[in-house]
Design a protein around this ligand. Sequence first.
Ligand SMILES: Cc1ncc(C[n+]2csc(CCOP(=O)(O)OP(=O)(O)O)c2C)c(N)n1
Ligand SMILES: CC(=O)[C@@H](O)[C@H](O)COP(=O)(O)O
Ligand SMILES: [Mg+2]
Length: 641
Amino acid sequence: MASRPETPLLDRVSTPADLKRFSDSELARLAHELRAETIAAVSETGGHLGAGLGVVELTVALHAVFDTPRDKLIWDVSHQSYPHKILTGRRDRIRTIRQKDGLSGFTKRSESPYDPFGAAHSSTSISAALGFAVARDLGGAPDTGAGDAIAVIGDGAMSAGMAYEAMNNAGHLKKRLFVILNDNEMSIAPPTGAMSSYLMRLYSEAPFHTLKDAAKGAVSLLPEPFQQGAKRAKEMIKGMAVGGTLFEALGFSYLGPIDGHDLDQLLPVLRTVHQRATGPVLIHVLTKKGKGYAPAETASDKGHATAKFDVVTGQQKKAPSNAPSYTKVFGETLTALASDDPRICAVTAAMPDGTGLNLFAERYPSRCFDVGIAEQHGVTFAAGLAAGGMRPFCAIYSTFLQRGYDQVVHDVAIQRLPVRFAVDRAGLVGADGATHAGSYDIAYLSNLPGFTVMAAADEAELKHMVATAAAHDDGPIAFRYPRGEGEGVEMPERGEVLEIGRGRMIREGKRVAILSFGTRLGEVRKACETLEARGISPTVADARFAKPLDRDLILRLAAEHEALITIEEGAVGGFGSHVAQLLAEEGVFDSGLRFRSMVLPDVFIDQASPADMYAVAGLDAEKIEAKVLSVLGVESIGKRA
Ligand SMILES: Cc1ncc(C[n+]2csc(CCOP(=O)(O)OP(=O)(O)O)c2C)c(N)n1
Ligand SMILES: CC(=O)[C@@H](O)[C@H](O)COP(=O)(O)O
Ligand SMILES: [Mg+2]
């Protein structure tokens, strides 16, 4: 008689408390099922795969040992949190991840009590965990009592200054706090930098401390083990590197390295430190990004992010496109320009492929610098390069440049240094949602004296703007462009150097002028087609520059039309605000011009397709048409007889 198939353990987990009832061998089986479920779910949705697969055992062990949500488990970046979401009551919605109205691809406080701190930008976890630890000790959560704070941070995220600022503070405060360093020797691309080499030395030489050393440092916080598996822990800890590490110098007890895929190592170590730690402890865990799924393990990015895929073959299902991506146009144009100009160099903060600088690095490795996840340093390093006579292009996503803003102001703008900022992922980016939206750069760059700020309306324009930036030695200059494919326009052989502060006319019309800054121009064109059918023919211009503004163009549009509408893929305070300021200063409003500025609304827009997000934002063709009709006092389509 055939034996009855066992009920999957995962089906018996509705909250992490259920893990407490499992034996260690059942936890190992659960990890196996959790990995399979993660792969199956991401194959249907796409998303971040490799990082989550690398922490499956760690996720199980942490939830088995600690008492979430009372204990605060904080995932750095949190792109690895899919297995955590599955175990914390969100399995039934995991196939909605990164979609409209679905689960976020990152941890999010409003989504679950098991997500005590939201993330998506890296290297914030230790600071946040320390905040929780201090709040606990100050009695900040009297109803839930004194929970632990645990930060799980990757080796890539550990390259950022913020992580060290936090450890410096934690070592000083000496609060009980756990940092799990999840070291998989990968960032999005292979990690760079001396810190990465240091971590590698810690385990390539392990065990480099003798039993005598083990009597000191971290092991001193461990008692004679008396619980399940602790004998093994003691044996293991004898072989670990303790004392003498950088982390110890910062005031942490250091334990490691341990195999992060072996629950027989993870569970006893976590149980022991959970039992006995009194101050900050760093546990160095070695894992493999993409673990347990061959197509991810063997991919160059270790399955960091993927489209939907076939589980059996690993083949990704991507929609074909003829238009080159903006990122590629940037990378190729810069690489071509660099062949004539040995002063052109490039800086990326751990995103060589995402920014297209991988193309540049292949051709000019000595002029391309991956500084790690270190946007602040990257900006000031570029400022130094510029001051030293080079022509640096600092290629950073709009959302990540936020982290280097003081450096943009203090090191670049005030000194009028000609750093060229390639601001990729401008505007709404889609599945990564609000944390990754490039909503603010127009505002935060255009308000800086002496800055030149451009936005490309299409990929040919981007090519011109890269050339313009290369030729621009008179102070800092930025050009922004969105994620994804271009408009499919014909590409010029070479980028042409644009006149600074000059826009271009797209079409001459009557009564209303639309002045577009960036890639909303495509939607403006669509709106015009529908408006033409109603007998309304707007004038359309592409501003190209938010700073300096094309005063002549703007004042002419204002003088020759009843109404002027600006549109941009950015928050209030950007292009439209600068145009309004100019019009006000020139007294144009006094003569009755009707002015409207279409910007992102004052809310954080959740993930969806970029088109859906722009619809929510009210910046699509339909809303442009409605805006034109309303400013002209014409009834909108919905009200047509
Ligand atoms: C401030 C910031 N810069 C860049 C990124 C883009 N980014 C997301 S994950 C990642 C790599 C993280 O590597 P690691 O911490 O080692 O985690 P792993 O993916 O290897 O698990 C990068 C560069 C980011 N999220 N935040
Ligand atoms: C987690 C993270 O910050 C990155 O992986 C990000 O999702 C990359 O975005 P792109 O896909 O736009 O490069
Ligand atoms: Mg890593």
